[in-house]
Design a protein around this ligand. Structure first.
Ligand code: NI
Length: 181
């Protein structure tokens, strides 16, 4: 397993629509394991394939609190089948947009289908933080970032600022990865 560099916005790989996975092979298994390791190391509660430069419809999520047992979900081709009528506001962050937190209103509960890492079809009902995190990660698979919920002016301001900080942020993270391995 290895830690992967996380793509930082603005980057066109974060704006692409990802492709469904046809088969879960050894390469995809390795990618999923690396995504989990990279997410835990960040640390973060979710990571989507475009954030490591892949265009596959794959996300990993673990919203367990510190001190709790790990509760990883590896989801291939996740698809939301039902959204609650009730919406809630939550503050979201993103590993690809460091230190940018945004209040977003989304459905409180969702139902979804996906394939697990063994290619078993699964169905899940989620609410609270798990629902929120899954919705954020599935957005990534369609090239949607949390800043896309803002007005164009606010979004462009944030992305311009990030573009300037990017070389420094990437160097800091590369250094961290080098010391971690
Ligand atoms: Ni994100």
């Amino acid at each position: 397993m290895s830690l992967l560099p996380i793509v930082i916005a603005p980057d066109r790989r974060l704006k692409a629509r990802c492709l469904p996975v046809e088969r879960i092979d050894d390469n995809l298994h390795a990618m999923i394991q690396n995504m989990l390791e990279t997410m835990y190391d960040a640390p973060g509660i979710g990571l989507a394939a475009p954030q490591i430069g892949s265009d596959k419809r794959v996300i990993v999520v673990d919203v367990a609190r510190e001190g709790q047992d790990k509760q990883p979900y590896c989801m291939v081709n996740p698809q939301i089948t039902l959204k609650s009528d009730e919406y809630v506001m939550m503050n979201e962050g993103c590993l690809s947009l460091p230190d940018i937190f945004i209040d977003i209103e989304r459905p409180e509960k969702i139902r979804l289908t996906y394939l697990d890492e063994r290619e078993e079809p699964r169905e899940l009902e989620a609410d609270g933080l798990l629902s929120r995190c899954i919705q954020h990660e599935i957005d990534h698979l369609d090239g949607v970032l949390h800043v896309d919920y803002l007005s164009r002016i606010k979004r462009e301001l944030i992305l311009r600022k990030l573009a300037k900080q990017k070389p420094t942020l990437m160097a800091e993270r590369a250094e961290r990865r080098a010391t971690a391995e």
